[in-house]
Design a protein around this ligand. Sequence first.
Ligand SMILES: O=C(O)CCC(=O)C(=O)O
Length: 260
Amino acid sequence: MDRFLGKEVQGSLLGKPEEQEQSTEEGATLGDDKGHTRKRPRRDPPGNAAHLAGPSWRHIRAEGLDCDYTVLFGKTEADEIFRQLEEKVEYFTGALARVQVFGKWHSVPRKQATYGDAGLTYTFSGLTLSPKPWIPVLECVRDRVSGLTGHTFNFVLVNRYKDGCDHIGEHRDDERELAPRSPIASVSFGACRDFCFRHKDSRGKNPHRKLEVIRLQLAHGSLLMMNPPTNAHWYHSLPVRKKVLAPRVNLTFRKILPKK
Ligand SMILES: O=C(O)CCC(=O)C(=O)O
């Protein structure tokens, strides 16, 4: 999971997102939780009917990109979860809160923590680490996501952005440790932030294709399901937004393969 320390964002992605759903090679731009058009995720988990009574979903589709977005927690519940996350999550310090880029050490521009099942290990910054044991607030969010989607998760990466200067650069969650064909569930609390997808062929100064960046806004209490093969084809980032003054905590629930 060295990509926790992913490259910092290459240029800011400006433009105010509109509130509409698109599914196109040209890219999509989405707003917050208004204007839902379809009622349930396209990929219904077999044998699990929980989604039928669940919230409305936005479906974000482009070439090789398959994501579903909903607001999972109402304001009161999301406020309480955010409060507990702020109180209970213990973030990395010292060497784990630093990143080496081209031989130079920098502070990671956000705080990070990992929690998960006993016995799991993962690679972080060249070290083999164990996640901290689950705490109730993380179990509660994990179980809500599982109940709604039918997917189970054994690991969560917590990213805390103190304000809009904290960010995460473009990267893919494509580590070998992740169970193949398993989605990543991203749940956000606190400040609403822009979140961008860029196709792997559209990166750099002279990209050989020009697929548009897909911009979303991840609202307080929202869930973004990043389904395969999204991470194989698209990089994602949370760019700097200097006007954002409030903190945000993001949880990405994953399924990690146990080491043999
Ligand atoms: O904070 C976010 O929404 C993004 C987190 C992220 O990119 C990741 O955990 O891989």
